[in-house]
Design a binder for this molecule. Structure first.
Ligand code: C2E
Ligand code: CA
Ligand code: CA
Ligand code: CA
Length: 278
């Protein structure tokens, strides 16, 4: 009826208004998050499926605000991207990861690398690579200790600019991985031309392993593709022993997920690494 239609419309409107309000509130608080010391980097281990050894860790940003409480990155990252705040946050994450790598250089963790998520907004900044390289140089670190994670979507947009920048990144020694692989639209001919080091199989395909035949076929296809192009594969979101064993059977190189460890604050990560040596 007409009345119902009107009702639905106003509900929808109210909902949009509430969403906008929430977004503005998050943006307002996020603006001061660094100064107020509200951010933290958590680290999630990636293990080699052939040796069981830790290969590296992925850095994942955490934000706890006194008013808003814990806000998940899936909520605040896109808001930070819309407002350019991501540039400041991304620089803070890079600085924090690089300081951590520097601390590890004096310890038995000197070979551990960090994979860092880089938003398309950050990556499109022409100063991005120089900025990172300056920080690495100042910290006296070899570039291979840092891996740059771009989503498949970022990798496949601006392909002509990207080829140049990917070559620059790889020839400088950094790792370069494609995150959430399988959820975007990859052109196979670009995939072949890009000097990528890692494909990360998206969690949505790992979820169905080993029960869902389609997910198993997709995971198998991604592994064959990556290996034939000389890339390594990380399976993300591994939550069960069955998934881990199946992926190992397929010669998947690395696994990451709650079955191995949740993302951990630095002290817990170091404790975890101590307990899981060898
Ligand atoms: P992502 O890069 O795909 O990161 C993987 C997400 O899956 C993380 O969520 C991680 O905590 C979660 N995860 C890992 N293993 C499992 C598992 O076994 N099961 C389940 N259910 N989840 C698992 P998180 O930390 O909430 O981050 C969400 C997204 O936010 C990330 O997705 C990434 O796109 C973005 N993000 C996080 N930190 C940063 C950052 O420093 N910079 C940028 N640009 N984006 C970030
Ligand atoms: Ca990632
Ligand atoms: Ca991912
Ligand atoms: Ca994701």
């Amino acid at each position: 009826s007409k009345a119902m239609g009107k009702n639905t419309y106003s509900l929808y409107n109210e909902n949009m208004e509430a969403q906008l309000e929430e977004k503005l509130l998050i943006e307002k608080h996020l603006r001061n998050a660094i100064e107020n010391d509200e951010l933290e980097v958590y680290y999630q281990p990636q293990v080699s499926l052939s040796s069981g050894h830790i290969n590296g860790v992925e850095a994942l940003l955490r934000w706890h605000n006194p008013t808003l409480g814990f806000v998940p990155p899936d909520k605040f990252i896109s808001i930070a991207e819309d407002s350019q705040l991501i540039l400041k946050l991304g620089e803070w994450v890079a600085q924090t990861c690089i300081e951590q790598l520097q601390i590890w250089q004096q310890t038995h963790l000197a070979n551990l690398h960090i994979a860092m998520n880089v938003s398309s907004v950050q990556f499109e900044d022409p100063d991005f690579i120089d900025q990172i390289s300056n920080m690495m140089k100042q910290a006296n670190l070899p570039n291979h200790l840092l891996e740059i994670e771009l989503t498949e979507r970022t990798v496949m947009s601006n392909v002509s600019d990207n080829i140049v920048r990917f070559n620059q990144i790889r020839s400088s020694g950094y790792g370069l991985s494609v995150d959430d692989f399988g959820t975007g639209y990859s052109s196979l001919s670009y995939l072949k031309r890009f000097p990528l080091s890692i494909l990360k199989i998206d969690k949505s395909f790992v979820d169905g392993i080993p029960k869902d035949d389609d997910d198993k076929s997709i995971a198998t296809a991604i592994l064959n593709l990556a290996h034939s192009l000389n890339m390594h594969v990380v399976a993300e979101g591994v939550e069960t022993i069955e998934q881990l064993l199946f992926l190992r059977e397929l010669n998947c190189d690395f696994a990451q997920g709650y079955f191995i460890s949740r993302p951990l604050p630095i002290y817990e990560l170091e404790e975890w690494l101590q307990l899981n040596k060898g």
